[in-house]
Structures are given as C-alpha cells and as structure tokens.
Design a protein around this ligand. Structure first.
Ligand SMILES: [Zn+2]
Length: 280
C-alpha cells in the first residue's frame, strides 16, 4: 500500500523558523527558532549551505533516526500538529542538539529566501480534525491521506468550496496537507535534504524553511489538495494542472477566499495543488 508519508512524504511546499524571542518582524533580523536562540555551541555559519559536509550529512541521518520514533508516535496519536521544537531536542544527544540548534539558526537571508516570512507561533486553538482517507489511486494503488488539521474558519471555507465544486462538476478535493507546526516543518526540511544531495540551498526551493511555510501560518493557512483518484501533483505538477478540479479552482476558489500561492513563473516552484486562505 502506498502511504503518503512513506513514499512521497507530506507535501512540503514553501516555509522557516524564527524564534519569537529573538526574531524581529524583519526578515533580515530573523534568526533562530529556538527558545535559547542566543546560546549556540556551534556557529550556524559553519554549515555549508551549498552542500553539507560528510560529517553533517551523517549528523542529519543520525538526527532523523533519533526523531523518527516521535514522528511515528505523533502520527499514530494524531498530535503532530502540536509538535514543538523542545519535543525534538528532548530526544537528541548533545552533539545532535548542537547540530540541530545551529541548523535551525541559519539566517533566512543567507538562504536567499524570497518568499515572505509567515510565522513561528503556537498552533491555533481551534484546529479542526480531518480524518485520514484512503483513495483508490492509479495502478491499483491506494493513496492514504494522513489525519490533517485546519483552523476552523479555513475548514468551513474549504467545506463550502468543495460543496460548490461538487454541485458544478461532481468532483471534490481532499486535504492532503493542512496545518503544520514549525517544528514539524524543520523535521521535514531535514528529511528532504537527501532528495536534493544535501544542499540546503537547493532543498529550500522545494521545502519551506520553518517560519516561511503558509502551512504553519493560520492567518494565511495553506491547503495542499489531492483529488479523488489520489492525484496530488507532487511527482508531476502537470498532472494536477490538467485536472478539471484545478481549472474549477482557478475560476471559483477566490469566491471562497482561496488563492493560488505559487503560480507558474514565480520564485517558488509551481504548485498547482497549494492554495492559501486569504479570507473573504
Ligand atoms: Zn503546500
């Protein structure tokens, strides 16, 4: 069975981390995510952004290995949305912590991030749970969406929009990915480094740096959609772009407060499945 997490992973469109304590509203000032962000045992500038050193690649693997149990457990408990940075650090040994704290403290301006800073904040109190779904996908495979969460207002906007879509074209879209905590975004960034030859600069084109993800910003909450046949565009954006559901979104999503975040020709990779809520 194809599960979203094991194969393609959660959608990782655009994000970064700025600690609420030391990060100011200015991106240039924005720094670490961490509560003790002024206390580094390792200088973040010692991390090679073009390509991690062999030792740091080994460290990423080691950190991911240590974090895998909590990620798995939180998925099972459906509490990933509330994952904190402290939850992550608590599972790491000293060397792993030193690395991850330095990693998380890389300055966004070093990463040449050209999308707006979003937020590093606590999860919203009114998250609505969306149950996992198993969809019949191509090639006899099954596509499983994990349990997802959306802020209440965004959830109702999504429900109203998909009702209208159903009436118009007898199709609907499911939530492949909704709210993500900044700590989970950090985990995802580490996880996907291997897909981009351990280049942070390359990975950040595909995975938002914590704090820069619209998935972690309840005020501009993003949803990644998947259609009833398990087409989510993650491996092939053109496949989602070709959907009747996508054309319907282009025409009608605005009426429900949604807009396409990363259109073609933008600074981020084209993500036809990723729509943010801008409100009515
Ligand atoms: Zn997304």
């Amino acid at each position: 069975m194809l599960t979203k997490l094991d194969c393609i992973g959660l959608v990782v469109c655009g994000c970064l981390i700025v600690c609420s304590g030391c990060a100011t509203s200015s991106l240039k000032q924005a720094a670490p995510v961490l509560s003790d962000c002024h206390d580094f045992s390792r200088n973040p500038e010692s991390i090679n952004l073009e390509k991690l050193s062999d030792a740091d690649q080994a460290m990423v693997k080691s950190v991911l290995g240590s974090l895998e149990p909590i990620i798995h457990e939180r998925r099972q408990q459906q509490t990933l949305a509330w994952l904190t940075f402290e939850d992550l650090y608590a599972l790491l040994d000293e060397n792993q912590q030193i690395f991850l704290r330095a990693f998380a403290a890389i300055y966004p301006n070093q990463l040449k991030i050209d999308i707006p800073y979003q937020a590093i904040q606590e999860p919203p109190p009114d998250l609505v749970k969306i149950e996992s779904r198993t969809l019949p996908a191509a090639n006899g495979q099954l596509y499983v969406t994990q349990t997802q969460f959306l802020p209440k207002n965004v959830y109702f906007a999504y429900i109203n929009m998909t009702k209208a879509m159903q009436q118009d074209i007898e199709k609907t879209l499911y939530v492949a990915s909704g709210y993500r905590s900044p700590a989970y975004q950090l985990y995802l960034f580490l996880f996907y480094l291997k897909n981009h030859e351990y280049s942070i600069l390359e990975t950040r084109r595909f995975v938002a740096w914590p704090g820069f993800s619209e998935h972690g910003n309840p005020r501009r909450q993003a949803i990644d959609f998947v259609n009833e046949q398990g087409i989510d565009g993650q491996d092939n954006a053109a496949e989602f772009e070709a959907l009747e559901e996508y054309r319907w979104l282009l025409e009608h999503a605005g009426q429900f407060g949604f807009e396409l975040s990363y259109p073609k020709g933008g600074k981020m990779a084209f993500e036809p499945w990723h729509w943010r809520y801008r409100g009515q």
